[in-house]
Ligand binder design. Structure first.
Ligand code: FES
Ligand SMILES: [Fe+2]
Length: 323
């Protein structure tokens, strides 16, 4: 299950997108169904009925808050337990459970843990820009034809700023660029992942990128005394499909009228990245030694090591229901 992306928390969808109808989401090649029970709390199950393998997401939520399979009407609670088997009152329902997946709702996003089970061994780690309730947030969601690892690396890569983003967030750096300029990339391990800063020709910049394992980047844009961040979350769908969730957060100019402006600015930046990321060959990042790297690739090489040490090769054990 969840090939090359097992045992981690990932956002998958905006909370507001999940209403009364169940929805299917493919995460790292595994189809899951998300639904809300009567109390409004969110639940996730493998989107595969234990009876005959039908997609539970084609079913409906009953007035009691159970998910009903569209084929023979079996009903399941949010924890997967089977509550009703039509036409078979003597069925041993304790043997007929669906597979639960841990899920949380945080910062306006639905987070899923990539392993089967009712509980997860840890809680998701979030940058404060996704959690604070005194900031205004704008969200934008795009689907890319790229492997998520290339997208994630791009988000941790400072040296591309004066080239790909020469007219947007890389404009200032571009103006300072000289033929002999040198970029020094710092990397610091943190409990949640890492923190990286890039200095051009020794100039100090307060701009900073934080990496939250496995797939969240928080860019701190320096405005003295203000909170201004862009978060980019690279969600693997399967193969070369990645959902990009981009969340901007700010504690100034919070009028909702200005959201359109900030969203548009973030969309422009993310579109600049999309073209180069989708063109990468091979689509998945190879181990560091198989591509040429230089000093300023320090942060992306850190991600590459993490991916090969912790994620690549994870999640190959077949689910019980696959036997
Ligand atoms: S396939 Fe789901 S109830 Fe039969
Ligand atoms: Fe970029």
């Amino acid at each position: 299950m969840f090939k090359d992306f097992a045992n981690v928390w990932s956002p998958v969808e905006q909370s507001i997108k999940l209403a009364t109808q169940p929805i299917q989401f493919e995460l790292a090649g595994e189809k899951i169904v998300l639904f809300r029970s009567k109390t409004g709390s969110v639940h996730a199950l493998l989107d595969r009925c234990p009876h005959r393998g039908v997609a539970l997401s084609l079913g409906k939520v009953t007035p009691e808050g159970c998910l009903e399979c569209p084929f023979h009407g079996w009903q399941f609670e949010g924890d997967g337990s089977c509550t009703h088997v039509p036409l078979n009152p003597e069925a041993r329902r304790e043997l007929l459970a669906a597979t639960p997946i841990p899920v949380r709702e945080l910062g306006g996003l639905i987070w899923v843990y990539t392993a089967a089970g009712a509980t997860a061994p840890e809680e998701p780690q979030l940058p404060d820009g996704l959690l604070r309730d005194d900031v205004a947030r704008v969200v934008l969601v795009e689907e890319w034809n790229a492997h998520w690892t290339r997208a994630m690396e791009n988000m941790l890569d400072s040296p591309h700023l004066p080239f790909v983003h020469r007219r947007t967030i890389g404009r200032a750096m571009r103006a300072q660029l000289k033929p002999k300029s040198k970029m020094h990339v710092e990397w610091e391990d943190t409990p949640f992942g890492g923190r990286t800063k890039a200095r051009l020709d020794g100039a100090r910049s307060e701009a900073m990128l934080e990496f939250y394992r496995p797939n969240v980047m928080a860019l701190h844009i320096p405005i003295p005394g203000k909170h201004f961040r862009i978060h980019a979350i690279c969600v693997p769908r399967g193969g070369n499909r990645t959902r990009m969730i981009v969340v901007g957060s700010r504690d100034f100019l919070k009028m909702p009228l200005l959201d359109t402006f900030f969203r548009k600015a973030n969309r422009r930046i993310i579109k600049e990245d999309q073209a180069v990321v989708e063109s990468s060959t091979p689509s998945e990042i190879p181990p560091g030694a198989l591509e040429r790297s230089v000093e300023s690739d320090r942060a992306t090489l850190q991600f590459r090591r993490y991916y090969y040490a912790m994620l690549r090769g994870s999640g190959h054990t077949p689910a019980k229901t696959e036997v």
